[in-house]
Design a protein around this ligand. Sequence first.
Ligand code: ADP
Ligand code: MG
Length: 240
Amino acid sequence: MIQIKQVSKSFGHVNVLKDIHLEVPESHIYALIGPSGAGKSTLIRSINALESIQAGEILVDGISVHDSKTDINKVRSNIGFVFQSFNLYPHLTAVENVAIAPIQVKKVAKEEAEEKAKKLLTSLGLGDKFASYPGQLSGGQQQRVAIARALAMDPKVMLFDEPTSALDPEMIKEVLDAIRHLASTGMTMVVVTHEMGFAREICNQIVFMADGRIVEVAPPEQFFTNPQTDRAKDFLSKVL
Ligand code: ADP
Ligand code: MG
């Protein structure tokens, strides 16, 4: 579903992605972990062309994302992206936040889009928050609205960049539960996370990055019990 081939990227003279190769099969969940500055955000953002790349190619469902001939808006409607900061529209209710992209981008009728938004919000445990504005919701609730908003476009892929890092501890579980639920539906996902227990539990593969490179890719049991590289051993000794 996602093919990343020999991707390199620099910011100015700083090479932050170095010859990245990664393939994520349909319905698989990959966790992207590693120290701060490793290039995790840059890599996941380049999957839907929020970042440009200088070399290589990224294909999502067979479509070359960075090809100038590709309609990037069409590609992006297949990719849901959830950020650390929830980025909801403050002046729109939960239902309006979830319905706005289908209405504006896909030209779905307002009533139909709002009906679907309510179903999504209900499935994420927000059945009593339809009319709430972001400022009236907790961080965990806002992040679940953000997940519903991404799902409203019927994406083929969901990308998460540290979805729980801005949350108070007691709200982390409700957001991880929402992602867990998505996993059970067969959604293809890449999740940048510091939640090692979660990564171990739901992911098919752990992708460990450091210094702009993929250092190790392994199933969770193998990665967490028997990391192959000193870099990964050092990282795990600090986070576990
Ligand atoms: P991570 O998400 O793993 O913490 P990032 O992808 O955010 O890492 O950053 C990788 C490297 O790229 C870091 O050295 C960071 O300082 C640099 N970087 C990220 N974004 C920019 C930017 N917009 N301009 C310049 N340098 C950047
Ligand atoms: Mg980051």
